[in-house]
Design a protein around this ligand. Structure first.
Ligand code: PMP
Length: 397
């Protein structure tokens, strides 16, 4: 049967995420994977989830198993708003919040509501690979802005805007970015808000890692600087509870939330109601804060372990970021070493990473790669980095 004949034009153009492809290869072989983007299974509060689930079924019974509203469980939206206001000195309420099936759905909905074919969308270079997958499906005109050690290049963004750049939307992961681990400093956040006001475009702030800070001082989210006028903020419990729960949220102006929930209706009617009730209890009883402290201790040690291993085993001519939080470290190899091309050898040597090129909308920097330090055990971090260091050394000869 020629199945192609039945597919829509859109389906024909769909491509699998490179990271998912890599994960498939790795799962089939005995390889230390520094590639994935997964939290440590040790960070999941299994006992807490078990107790909360039992309580929930006893106290709420059928309500936790029924359909819910598309905007999300009201008490959860209130709890999310309360936490944001407490943490970031803002004044959002439940009406500014749409609960989603993870941050990923939030991004998909934003794309669906705001982006049309050929619309210019500004992203960091490198940026989160799955936003590129969404923008590609929407046939957006992706505009890269180079990332520096303290955030996007202001000069490059200004040059683009002054040369008839006309973005409607921009997408940033300003805190402990995936993939680079870089945090945009306060000055640049303010500058971005000024530029967005001046040139009238929206800012999507994707912020899954904000509370996973292991060192350094807090930097306020863009939405709090902007007073959530033109910033659409995306949050998630994936890294603070567990990704399998699939609870995320969008914070935005009420009229945006109205539109976004219309876009969500035909997709899933509502986010998993059981998960939402569970998430509410997890947030309400401040269990989350105790859990965040535990996760931070776990990941801080892993980050330090990876940085130590990099210093010990990786040639000096390689550069890397030293993130103050999050889950990733970004490596820049000497010019001429192509991390994509080196990937097969890395697998043969028993270590995996994500080649940096997949994180670029345009003009990929091929001598870059991403390492994850949260998923694997410390001894595997050391061994994995050692194998990678040897391989890079051989390539440099
Ligand atoms: N945005 C970024 C920047 C991420 O790193 C991730 C997780 N890899 C997501 C969104 C998706 O998160 P969720 O599990 O909440 O869908």
């Amino acid at each position: 049967m020629n199945s192609d004949r039945y597919y829509s034009t859109k389906a024909r153009k769909m491509e699998s995420s490179k990271i998912r492809e890599i994960s498939k290869i790795i799962a089939e072989r005995d390889i230390i994977s520094l590639a994935g983007g997964m939290p440590s299974p040790d960070s999941f509060p299994i006992q807490v989830v078990s107790e909360l689930s039992e309580q929930l079924l006893e106290e709420e019974g059928a309500a936790a198993l029924q359909y819910g509203t598309t905007t999300g469980y009201k008490k959860l939206r209130e709890a999310i708003a309360d936490r944001l206001n407490q943490n970031f000195d803002t004044s959002v309420d439940a009406e500014n919040i749409l609960v989603t099936s993870g941050a990923q759905q939030a991004l998909y909905l934003v794309g669906k509501v705001f982006v049309e074919r050929d619309d210019e969308v500004v992203v960091e270079a490198p940026t989160y690979a799955s936003i590129l997958q969404i923008l590609q499906e929407l046939e957006a005109d992706v505009r890269d802005v180079r990332l520096e050690d303290d955030g996007f290049s202001v000069e490059e963004l200004e040059r683009y805007l002054e040369n008839e750049g006309d973005p409607k939307l921009s997408y940033f992961v300003p805190t402990f970015q995936n993939p680079s681990g870089i945090t945009t400093d306060l000055k640049k956040r303010r500058k971005l808000v000024d530029l967005a006001n001046e040139h009238d475009f929206l800012i999507v702030e994707d912020d899954p890692y904000h509370q996973l800070r292991y060192s350094g001082g807090n930097v306020p989210p863009i939405y709090s600087i902007d007073g959530h006028r033109r910033t659409i903020y995306v949050g998630t419990l994936s890294k603070l509870l567990a990704p399998g729960i699939r609870v995320g949220w969008i914070v935005a102006r009420r009229e945006f939330i109205d539109k976004l929930q219309l876009a969500k209706q035909p997709i899933d009617l509502c986010t998993n109601v059981f998960s939402q009730h569970l998430a509410y209890r997890y947030l309400k009883e401040d269990i989350v804060d105790r859990q965040i402290e535990k996760i931070k201790d776990l990941y801080r040690a892993k980050r330090d372990h990876m940085l130590d291993a990099l210093r010990e085993f990786v040639p000096e001519r390689v550069g890397w970021t030293s993130p103050e939080g999050g889950m990733f470290i970004w490596l820049t190899l000497p010019e001429g070493i192509d991390a994509e091309e080196m990937f097969q050898d890395a697998l043969d040597d028993g270590v995996a990473y994500v080649p940096g090129s997949i994180f670029y909308g345009n003009s990929p920097k091929k001598n870059t790669l991403r390492l994850n330090f949260t998923f694997v055990e410390e001894n595997e971090i050391t061994e994995g980095v050692k194998r990678l260091g040897k391989l890079i050394e051989r390539r440099m000869d």
